[in-house]
Design a protein around this ligand. Structure first.
Ligand SMILES: Cc1ncc(COP(=O)(O)O)c(C=O)c1O
Length: 383
């Protein structure tokens, strides 16, 4: 007998990232779909992990994260964003950014609350809002630069609006919020009870001399923000699943109440290794813009004689391309065709929208070895 269960997410299937990565394996396609590097974690960092494992740092960490790592995060925030956050009260180490996003939404959204998202929106946000009885309000980004439509934000704010979810640098479009955007956001939420969840996992992956405008740089916004980042994205170690959330003390207190029952605490030796590496190798994250800009430029250059059209991304691991000159298929069909028949896996962008646009745009991940990008581009230039 099948014991029945009522689905909390009846409309949700398997994440597009799992689907495309599985298809890539099945069809032996070059995987430019999911956002993970195919090159290794820095050797010194791997050595620090085995060092701490071999030295016996293998039992539960404090639930909010080891003090050494929280201090290093606070020092980095002071250095990059000129804000002093309390490592004791305001920084919490989580199981990847994903757990920080989940816990934040779980902490603040109650049944009937509205949450503003910008489409295309990373796929972790909406289901968690819905599981908590909230309602998402979707504001499409504006073509051609995927700018934020602040007038629409103003129009959509109601007395039910509890949270606005920001993602900068933005996955999947590769766009960034400017200083002007952040000031406008501050003006919109001033004198309201609206909180912000700012997903900044690509904070160190910003190109062409542009700056990342963290909510932590802004006095007013920092007071109402949960800022989330990912060690996995910064240190080429997405499989280690470590992230963090920074929020003012009273917000962190509530966040930590939920966090302790989601994971209790996260992997101990890796926390020590990251802390040690952050302290001794700050050049790693300081060099990241240049490292990834080189990959973006390399990939765009390799595609310049292809029939894809593209505007180089301003940040993230991702390059959007328009394939209208190649096919009239919708993007999900085209992505499957490219993966299963042509041999390069990608992500269709319409899946990140509430109302699917009639566009012909797919996303490639260029966080790959140059040889992988070269092989993929050779195939893509032939179609
Ligand atoms: C925008 C965004 N947020 C969060 C995450 C999840 O990060 P983590 O692997 O640290 O859970 C990702 C991963 O792709 C992402 O692109």
């Amino acid at each position: 007998m099948n014991v029945q269960i009522t689905s909390k997410l009846p409309h949700v299937g398997t994440s597009i990232f799992s689907v495309m990565s599985r298809l890539a394996v099945e069809h032996k396609a070059i995987n430019l779909s999911q956002g993970f590097p195919d090159f290794d974690v820095p050797q010194t960092l791997r050595e620090r992990v085995s060092h701490y494992m071999n030295e016996g740092f293998n039992q539960y960490a404090p639930t909010v994260g080891i003090p050494y790592l929280r201090e290093q995060v606070a020092l980095k925030i002071a250095k990059l964003y000129n804000r002093n956050v309390s490592s004791e009260h305001e920084v919490t180490i989580t199981c990847g950014a994903t757990a920080a996003l989940y816990t934040t939404i779980n902490t603040v959204v109650n049944p009937g609350d509205e949450v503003i998202l910008f489409d295309p929106a990373y796929d972790s946000y909406r289901p968690v809002v819905e599981v908590n009885g909230g309602k998402t309000v979707h504001i499409p980004m504006l073509p051609p630069d995927n700018a934020t439509d602040w007038d629409k934000v103003r129009d959509n704010i109601s007395d039910k609006t509890r949270l606005i979810i920001i993602n900068t640098p933005h996955n999947p479009t590769g766009s960034l919020l400017s200083k002007g955007d952040v000031d406008t956001l501050a003006e919109i939420v001033r004198d309201t009870n609206i909180l912000l969840l700012s997903d900044e996992v690509y904070e160190h992956v910003v190109f062409d001399g542009l700056s990342h405008h963290s909510m932590l740089c802004h006095d007013e916004l920092a007071e109402r923000s949960f800022v989330v980042s990912s060690f996995g994205k910064t240190y080429h170690a997405t499989g280690w699943k470590l992230g963090y959330c920074v929020a003012p003390k009273h917000l962190s207190q509530e966040f930590r109440k939920i966090h302790q029952f989601v994971t209790f605490s996260v992997v101990t030796p890796i926390q020590y290794a990251y802390a040690d590496y952050m302290e001794n190798h700050p050049e790693h994250y300081l060099n990241l813009p240049q490292f990834y800009q080189h990959k973006r430029d390399h990939f765009c250059n390799l595609l310049k004689d292809s029939r894809f059209s593209l505007t180089p991304a301003k940040g993230t691991f991702f390059q959007l391309v328009d394939y209208s000159h190649i096919s009239g298929k919708n993007d999900e069909d085209f992505a499957r065709y490219l993966t299963c028949e042509v041999g390069v896996a990608c992500i269709p962008v319409s899946v990140f929208y509430d109302e699917k646009p009639d566009s012909h745009i797919i996303r490639f991940c260029f966080a790959k070895d140059n040889s992988t990008l070269q092989k993929a581009a050779e195939i893509l230039c032939k179609i």
